[in-house]
Design a protein around this ligand. Sequence first.
Ligand SMILES: [Zn+2]
Ligand SMILES: [Zn+2]
Length: 285
Amino acid sequence: MTFNFDAQSKKGCFADLHTHTTASDGLLTPSQLVMEALRVGLKAIGITDHDSTDGLNQAMEEGQRLGIQVIPGVELNTQVDDEEIHILGYYIHHDLPWFQDMLETIRHSRWTRARKMVENLRRMYNLNISFEEVEQEVTDGAPGRPHIARALVKKGIVKDVAEAFEKYIGTDCPAYEPRYRLTLEEGIKAIKDAGGVPVLAHPGLLKDQKYTMMAIELGIQGIEAIHSKHTPEQCEYYSILATKHGLVVTAGSDYHGEEGEDMPKLGDVKICCSVIEQLKNLAKK
Ligand SMILES: [Zn+2]
Ligand SMILES: [Zn+2]
């Protein structure tokens, strides 16, 4: 879905600010992702791997070579009560040792959790799947649910990733395991302390909208109003909400390199590059 935000023309400068690489659970390497951005006609991409900034240097080098602007970012999963709230952080000073230590702690907990979930699938559903098979799906990063889903597809247990989430590993499924997370407040603070700009990711996917308001109160500086899983009404609603609170409106496809009908393509969601200046101005130099 392409949301017509700002006056857009085909030749303009467009950015997709939410993408994943092999540094977390995406399928393309950082270089491949930048090449894909060039191919689909984007001028800029934000790389926002889960709990990792390991893909950024390679992507920025490739970006320089190909003339694609790469906006350094990260996506942190935070939690309040039962709600999982994703926070994007742009222009973080990602080489700060304390920031890397924090990401390392979060990633380590992912391995323990993925093992537990595979164990649950075997015990609760008698599925013939091993942790080694999930591990094979991980390229550089730590395992996440998409890796488990892809292993299930490969084994022919489900027909696609969506079915795996629906039947076995979605948050409401018995085999689901929560993982170590920062609170919303800690996530926002960590991004600001690292000099970055915290943006609330895909608020339309939250079960309870009170958490959007909570994020605003806790000092979020932008809202990803335009996201591949938002309806046009949601895109408009969150754009207005962000503007009302003086926050930056961002847009992202949440591209994972996945092919498939229900999967977003790179640049499916894009926004005028002027948003990049707004983010830069908010980031600490
Ligand atoms: Zn997310
Ligand atoms: Zn994401």
